[in-house]
Write a protein that binds this ligand. Structure first.
Ligand code: DX5
Ligand code: ZN
Length: 229
């Protein structure tokens, strides 16, 4: 698979979350994201147990894989994520991100993700302390900090998580890690610069992009403008 994981020129990434896409026009909407300069496509997988909502399985990833060359950034909000790694990797996921709350052996699962040829991501809920990342942090290719309680798009950004983003940035810098620091939940033109100032460099957004009144390209442009580029 040919895609970029290194930093594009502005030094940050935009990852539209298809959770807010119009699924009757998913292929078209992903093409619009790609044309508008999206870097990754974020896929929210929810199992109805770890989070109340139920969303997409490997079948969707397999179809999305066919319509874009962008990396598929798969966010697993599921209990027992280990059973789903292989199916999602085979379906074409580029990154597999697991919640620390769901993994008794975080280092083991990150190694398994890498052995499947994917980038390994680690994420934590708003109430989970950054310290829970410590044992496996050197193995992470990306760390995703949730700024809403996971489950739905369109929720309000939780500013109380900003200090934790700064803390994770310090932890990554302290070990010399070049992992992406991604933020997910309530990212908009109003909140994105605050999360960047706290140290994030990859930004997931669903509603701000797919529900922008002037369309997807305007949504992406507005986020980039808010970052000053
Ligand atoms: C929330 C998901 C997010 C969600 C973001 O559980 O993990 O990726 O789609 O939606 P917005 O950007 O609308 O808050
Ligand atoms: Zn997500």
């Amino acid at each position: 698979m040919n895609y970029r994981f290194a930093a594009p020129s502005p030094g940050y990434l935009i990852a539209p979350s298809i959770l807010s896409a119009d699924f009757t026009r998913l292929g078209e909407q992903i093409a619009e994201c790609e044309a508008a300069g999206a870097d990754w496509i974020h896929v929210d997988v929810m199992d109805g147990h770890f989070v109340p909502n139920l969303t997409m399985g490997p079948f969707i990833v397999e179809h999305v894989r066919r319509v874009t060359s962008l990396p598929l950034d798969v966010h697993l909000m599921v209990q027992n994520p280990e059973r789903l790694l292989k199916p999602f990797a085979e379906a074409g996921a580029g990154h597999l991100t697991v919640h620390v709350e769901t993994c008794p052996d975080v280092a083991g699962i990150l190694k398994e993700i890498k052995s499947l040829g994917c980038k390994a991501g680690l994420t934590l809920n708003p109430v989970t302390p950054a310290a829970d990342l410590t044992p496996a942090l050197p193995l992470a290719d990306l760390v995703l900090v949730m700024t809403v309680h996971p489950g739905y798009s369109g929720q309000a950004f939780m500013p109380e998580v900003l200090p934790k983003i700064a803390e994770v940035r310090k932890m990554l810098d302290a070990i010399g890690s070049a992992a992406w620091l991604e933020v997910d939940g309530g990212i908009s033109a109003e909140t994105i610069s605050r999360v960047r100032e706290a140290g994030a460099n990859a930004f997931v957004a669903a509603n701000a992009i797919f529900k922008h009144p002037d369309g997807i390209a305007a949504g992406i442009r507005t986020l980039k403008q808010a970052l000053g580029s």
